[in-house]
Design a protein around this ligand. Structure first.
Ligand code: ADP
Ligand code: UDP
Length: 236
């Protein structure tokens, strides 16, 4: 499938139209941003890791009954996906306290939670993706009640599947962000699942193997991305 004009350039990916109205091509960049674009940089090789890892995880999720936007990997940075209407919600699942949850609620990072939790942010860069609840999402018309229920149920299922995948390679899945889209009347998983959108902690050393290395200037972000890629066997 061939790329036509660029439809959108985001912080981490470019999105292209194709001859098929139902398909897009996403191209993953090495650009890294944090704090709503205030911090900018490059993580060499990140685009390759995120593209291939996201596709690998989508395939596993599909096998386990989760519908995703994945269609075909074209090369190391580009993938054909189903064109969806993105539901403007960032869906965050947490298994342990970290990041904004720790800060907002005064819970030290790494604290066990009594159960996994789900939160929504309104996907709006101008507003800095504010935290909202499902009633606010409904009131704003961001999604219907049925869509919110489907999204929440799918997000927890995805969590169970991903936790196992990462546990098997010595990584604890602390938290992650998902995006969903509408595709011919159905809610499917879209966007990416990668070290940009998840927190991965080494089970033994608690080393951070994700974008926090860039956000927090922990050093060797490239090495961390490559390490997760290697453990998943994607370098072969
Ligand atoms: P951002 O918009 O936050 O800067 P990216 O650089 O990752 O993020 O840009 C990719 C954009 O493409 C995101 O806005 C995402 O919501 C959107 N997107 C992801 N998957 C799909 C899809 N299957 N169909 C339509 N849009 C998608
Ligand atoms: N996250 C993301 N995109 C965002 C915000 C968060 O992918 O715009 C991911 C982030 O990588 C982490 C999880 O969602 O895995 C929870 O992030 P948190 O709310 O703790 O925010 P942060 O600490 O990044 O400000």
């Amino acid at each position: 499938m061939k790329e036509l004009e660029m439809m959108y350039e985001g912080k981490a990916k470019k999105v292209f139209k194709t001859e098929d109205d139902d398909r897009l091509i996403v191209a993953y960049k090495d650009d890294a941003t944090a704090f709503n674009g205030l911090k900018k940089g490059t993580i060499v090789g990140k685009g390759i890791v995120n593209n291939r890892m996201s596709n690998y995880l989508c395939k596993i999720l599909e096998e386990k009954g989760i519908p995703t936007h994945y269609v075909e990997e074209l090369d190391e940075r580009r993938t054909v996906v189903k064109k969806v209407e993105i539901v403007p919600l960032e869906v965050i699942i947490r298994n342990k306290a970290a990041g904004s949850f720790s800060k907002r609620l005064g819970v030290p990072e790494g604290t066990e939670l009594k159960c996994s939790t789900l939160e929504f942010s309104y996907k709006n860069d101008d507003l800095g993706d504010p935290l909202i609840n499902s009633y606010m999402a409904l009131a704003l018309g961001l999604a219907t009640k049925e869509e919110i229920d489907t999204i929440s149920e799918m997000a927890f299922k995805i969590n169970a599947i991903l936790q196992e995948v990462f546990r098997n390679i010595g990584i604890e899945l602390i938290d992650f962000k998902l995006e969903f889209g509408r595709y011919h009347g159905q809610i499917i998983l879209a966007d990416e699942i990668s070290p940009d959108t998840c927190r991965y902690w080494d089970i033994e050393t608690h080393d951070h193997l994700d974008k926090d290395r860039f956000r927090r200037d922990l050093g060797d972000a490239e090495g961390a991305y490559q390490e997760v890629y290697r453990r998943l066997g994607l370098d072969r």
